[in-house]
Design a protein around this ligand. Sequence first.
Ligand code: 5RP
Length: 252
Amino acid sequence: RREKPRLSLTLSVPQPILTLDDLKRIAAYEAVEFVESGMVVGLGTGSTAKHAVARIAELLHEGKLKNIVGIPTSKTTEAQALALGIPLSDLDRHPFVDLAIDGADEVDPQLNLVKGRGGSLYREKRVESVSRRFIVIADETKVVEKLGESGGHAVPVEVARFGWNVTLERLRTLFESSGCVAKLRSNGGGEPFLTDNMNYIVDLYFRNGVAYLQATSDAIKRQIGVVEHGLFLDMATTVIIAGRLGVTVKNN
Ligand code: 5RP
């Protein structure tokens, strides 16, 4: 059995030469220490989570982990995990997940998150909401005082394509008084961005961040046409932040 990292640990050895990608890898490797043989593991999506997927594969190949079943949260992660030989399943066959590991776009002091700027928010939330434990991994640039605070950072909302323009307009008017701008996400080539579920994404830019998290979350969810949104409230059980001065582990 592998040694577990201590909780609520802060190392204060300056690491000035670490890149952002090094920090992502450090956070990911710390999280994978919590994976045990026989677990059903939710595999997150993004440039941080991909390090966790690679590490799990490495430990499987070294024989240090056995009988892991991965539940990928996107087609991209599925392809990575398959290429690395991680046995995969889905929520139909494994509706309960022992542990999920995923990145985040923003983490606030209460460990609430914005996720989905990579577009995988529905599958991520679906898998992570049935995970007994959900470990968020992030570099220090993801830490904010208030979610969406910069105004340039969106809360993504996955919407059905049918009537998407009506849904966008409803969302825009709903949050108009808080200076919210709603934009259909583009794929960069002049076409709308398509999620793995063949839906669109509307990005909500709040001028001064999201003021009332639960009320905002509930109001977005109530709109017809909304599939899911990227506010992940009270879901993370542990957040591992890797910074240039060390690693911080926070538990909910
Ligand atoms: C994708 C996500 C990602 O977890 C989030 O965007 C963080 O990605 P990265 O680790 O690349 O910064 O929610 O939908």
